[in-house]
Design a protein around this ligand. Structure first.
Ligand SMILES: Cc1ncc(COP(=O)(O)O)c(C=O)c1O
Length: 382
């Protein structure tokens, strides 16, 4: 079959592939414990479910404005403004999750001949999204997900259109601070590129760390930053598929034009649920943070007995150096992950999928009993 070059060159998402393999083992009756997905295990807040149900029952089942419900755009803009990010409703495009926001923004900003800097280790989708936009990903190695502004500077070329940053970071759990973000924003201004700031895990920070967006560093930084947000990780609304891109209005207007032709409006009643989520405010965030910090602490204590692993300051993952556990049968992270799945019934993401060999990405968004069982199995498989 002849396929497009685009389809031929896109790598399958390794997390989705491993997830599919885990699902097929489950279908054969195997009991699989998952440390794979970046998906909170907590329930969707009751207020969100009630608003969604009410929306369904009152007939909000039709198309709505392509760029998003005006009231949701307004609510998101004011939530961002409360963090110091200058945003008006016209500067917010509601998308099918942060993933579609990423694609829409990259398709709007770049094309053939352009380059986009991606920091490794990375979320598996970043390089593929750049390629799908027709541009070339330029991968910059960082030690443990820190924002290596000097290294970014060295990777820039006249073709650079954007740098993708992701804080709190998937997979490393790094949370970028004000100094490094300011240095990046200054570099962006000097060298004329966009900052695409994926803030999917903004609500998940621990030990007093706080998320900071580059767009909150003043008007000049905001003028060249596009913020990507989602309700997937902060409200467990992964299946709702509601996210947004927020940034300078001319850019968002252009992205909205593409969006209108690719998908049109995001599910209307899901947007009504999203509105209820954004209304929940600080009490929800604090409870959410505390619940995930507990999971992180437990997972870290269990994993640190087996691997070299630091405590992440944000996000949903441990980033474990597994090299001392490699052997002839499990010589790299891919085969290590496969053997854990097949032999121990535990699914994890190999570091190689995130652009860094030797590591495993271990999700900690599971209840205590599941985390204990997962690490018991991993330990006995080693
Ligand atoms: C860094 C990052 N950005 C975006 C997403 C996608 O989020 P959404 O469910 O909103 O598409 C993920 C999900 O795994 C992620 O890890």
């Amino acid at each position: 079959m002849r396929l497009s070059e685009r389809a031929e060159s896109a790598l399958e998402s390794r997390t989705l592939a491993l997830s599919a393999r885990a699902a097929s083992l489950r279908a054969q009756g195997r009991d699989i414990v998952s440390l794979l997905e970046g998906e909170p295990d907590l329930p969707v807040p009751a207020e969100v479910l009630a608003a969604t149900e009410a929306a369904l029952r009152s007939g909000r089942t039709r198309y709505c404005a392509s760029a998003g419900l005006p009231e949701l755009r307004a609510a998101w803009a004011s939530a961002l403004a409360a963090e110091g990010i200058p945003a008006r409703p016209e500067g917010v495009l509601v998308t099918n999750g942060a993933k579609q926001a990423l694609h829409g923004v990259l398709q709007t900003l770049c094309g053939p001949g352009d380059e986009v800097v991606v920091l490794a280790p990375y979320w598996v989708t970043f390089p593929e999204a750049v390629k799908l936009a027709g541009a070339r990903p330029v991968v910059v190695e960082t030690r443990a997900g820190e924002l290596a502004v000097d290294a970014i500077g060295r990777a820039l070329s006249p073709a650079t259109r954007a740098v993708i940053v992701n804080s709190p970071n998937n997979p490393t759990g790094a949370v970028y601070g004000q100094d490094e973000l300011r240095a990046l924003a200054e570099l962006a201004e000097r060298r004329d590129f966009w900052i695409v700031s994926d803030e999917a895990y903004e609500a998940l920070t621990y030990d007093g760390a706080r998320h900071l967006s580059p767009a909150a560093l003043g008007a000049r930084a905001a003028g060249r930053t596009v913020v990507l947000r989602t309700l997937s990780k902060s409200f467990a609304m992964t299946g709702y598929r509601v996210g947004c891109a927020a940034g300078p209005e001319p850019l968002i207007r252009a992205a909205a034009r593409l969006h209108g032709h690719t998908t049109g409006s995001v599910c209307t009643f899901a947007q009504c649920g999203a509105l209820a989520a954004l209304a929940l405010g600080e009490a929800h965030r604090e409870a959410w943070r505390a619940a995930h910090q507990e999971r992180r602490d437990l997972a870290h204590a269990l994993a640190a007995r087996l691997f070299a692993v630091g405590k992440p300051r944000g996000g949903l993952f441990l980033w474990a150096d597994a090299r001392r556990r490699f052997d002839g049968r499990r010589p790299d992270s891919e085969r290590f992950a496969l053997s854990l799945l097949e032999d121990a019934g535990v699914s994890v993401v190999p570091g190689s999928a995130c652009g860094r060999e030797g590591f495993l990405r271990l999700s900690f968004s599971q209840p205590e009993a599941v985390l204990r069982e997962a690490y018991r199995r991993v330990e006995s498989a080693l």
